[in-house]
Design a protein around this ligand. Structure first.
Ligand code: 0O2
Length: 233
């Protein structure tokens, strides 16, 4: 294997107390890496195919870009502890069952309409199993955050058969993504500097961008009104 997600000795330093051998730990880490990276690749391909087909049918690509990430081992362990999983390093099977965003795919669409179309097209696929959905588009978070989150399980075919792997998919419009990326960066840079006034301003910016999203959608429908392009996708 040319490049490893994590080496067992590094993980031992980070999370002392693993009871098995280094080989056992490396095997468990490599399995996580293979399964979740493969599930991400499968999903990315699905979105590429949908985008190509949409372009073929409508000369339009609803997806602006797709971003993917595998959670760092440290972040996986920290979240496990926050979720009350005891001794996560010795209970990696429980971590894999409970932590549903080890693999994450973010689908940034041009308009809000597009993200609903793309999420419906994904859910229609018969190998996709919806585990849960959080609709922060209809019900934004207190911070102003908007996005459609779903956790789906999809099959990854290995030498020894099929494994269903959960992936968190976040669907956003460009405007939603602009706000979330900047806000995330600001929070990450200096958490202490985020005063109540800043929180309020950020929330107002989210509202402004939502307003822009709605107005741009209206303009788009005006421009395309004679074409009924997207009525049946
Ligand atoms: P990263 O690196 O983006 O993944 P759950 O996972 O559902 O058990 P959680 O973590 O509360 O519990 O889920 P939630 O709030 O539905 O989704 C978490 C992810 O959504 C975050 O991941 C962000 O990507 C995004 N998110 C949620 N709220 C906000 C927000 O107010 N601002 C921004 N910018 N993003 C938000 P992580 O864990 O931050 O990391």
């Amino acid at each position: 294997m040319a490049f490893r997600y994590y080496y067992a000795d590094r993980v031992r330093e980070m999370m002392p107390g693993y009871r098995g051998t280094d080989e056992d730990l490396q095997e468990a880490i490599d399995e996580i890496s293979l399964l979740y990276k493969s599930a991400i690749r499968e999903l990315e391909t699905k979105f590429k195919v949908l985008s190509d087909d949409f372009d073929k049918r409508h000369s339009y690509r609803p997806i602006h870009h797709v971003q993917s990430r595998l959670k760092t081992f440290q972040s996986m362990m920290e979240k496990s502890l926050r979720y009350g999983i005891e001794d996560p390093i010795n209970n990696l099977d429980v971590v894999r069952r409970e932590i549903l965003d080890i693999a994450g795919v973010r689908v940034v669409c041009n308009y809000e309409d597009d993200l609903h179309i793309m999420s419906s097209l994904l859910l229609e696929q018969e190998d996709i199993e919806l585990i849960r959905m959080k609709d922060y588009c209809s019900h934004p978070k207190e911070s102003g955050y908007r996005s459609l989150h779903m956790v789906v399980a999809l099959p990854v075919y290995l030498v020894r058969g099929k494994k269903m792997v959960p992936v968190e998919v976040q669907f956003r419009s460009i405007a939603m993504d602009t706000w979330a990326s900047l806000e995330h960066e600001l929070r990450y840079k200096n958490r202490e500097a985020i005063t109540d006034d800043i929180v309020k301003t950020l929330k107002e910016c989210a509202e402004t961008l939502h307003n822009v999203d709605e107005r741009m959608s209206k303009v788009r429908h005006e421009v395309l009104k004679d074409e009924s392009k997207y009525s049946n996708f």
